[in-house]
Design a protein around this ligand. Structure first.
Ligand SMILES: [Zn+2]
Ligand SMILES: [Zn+2]
Length: 261
């Protein structure tokens, strides 16, 4: 659970630089899609910097400085997750003049049709390929990848600890039962694109979310990555309903939401 901030050391936090899910909410910018900034004992990581991520960092209050990034993680190559990857690499490496930082991504993000431009690929200290069920470490931040998700491109969610609290980020996928065995953390960030089931599209809907939350019973769940149908159904009302029905804290993320640990 989030704790009071101690003054002597900077607290760990997660900030939502966007809560848009899938194409139309992104295109219309009904919600921003800047990704999630994680600060862990002064190691700074951004996950899925979609279009406008750099703008969201600059407009954030207090400002988030992407030149202070230690890593960029792409859960998968879809545009709403990687639109600003190149500019974020430039920012992390101070315009490419300072070789630093790590980029983590699945192999298919850079193999044939790379989302990272040729000129930017040598800027970071290294690129690390994400594989399923593997552990990675950058500075004070250590994370584990999930099993491969069911999604049209290679996709992995992650889990990690902030101030000894387990946090997981369940990114785009079709529902499958095994998800709960990996994402059983105290804090669960859950990507719920659809309100109703949509056949043939590999995304979670609110019924899947209910199923996952009731099985894992995390102390706190944050719904995010909303598509058009979820926005129409008002995410905060859906979160409130799930909270009441399941007796668990469920919150809908909004752009700029910060969780302290
Ligand atoms: Zn997505
Ligand atoms: Zn996707």
């Amino acid at each position: 659970m989030p704790k009071m901030v101690k003054k002597d050391k900077p607290a760990d936090f997660i900030k939502f630089l966007g809560t848009a899910g899938a194409r139309f909410v992104m295109i219309r910018q009904l919600r921003a899609c800047g990704g999630i900034w994680i600060s862990c004992r002064e190691t700074n990581v951004i996950v899925d910097p979609g279009p406008g991520s750099i703008v969201r960092c600059a407009m954030s209050r207090p400002k988030l400085d992407p030149s202070k990034l230690d890593a960029i993680i792409l859960t998968h190559r879809h545009l709403d997750h990687c639109g600003d990857i190149n500019v974020m690499i430039e920012a992390m490496t101070e315009g490419g003049f300072k070789k630093k930082g790590v980029v983590y991504c699945p192999a298919d993000a850079i193999n044939s049709d790379s989302v990272i431009l040729k000129h930017a690929i040598d800027f970071p200290e290294r690129i690390e390929i994400l594989r399923e069920n593997s552990i990675y470490r950058v500075g004070a931040f250590r994370f584990k990848t999930s099993m491969r998700h069911i999604h049209p491109v290679e996709t992995y969610g992650i889990k990690f600890n902030l101030n000894k609290i387990g946090v997981s980020l369940l990114t785009d996928t079709k529902y499958f039962e095994d998800l709960c065995s990996f994402y059983n953390t105290d804090t669960l960030i859950l990507s719920v694109v659809f309100f109703e089931p949509r056949a043939g599209i590999d995304h979670l809907n609110i019924h899947d979310a209910r199923q996952i939350i009731s099985q894992i019973r995390p102390k706190k769940t944050i719904l995010t990555h909303f598509g058009m149908s979820m926005l129409a159904a008002k995410p905060h009302l859906q979160a409130e309903r799930l909270s009441k029905e399941l007796g668990i804290e469920v919150q809908a993320a909004y752009d700029g939401l910060t969780l302290h640990f």
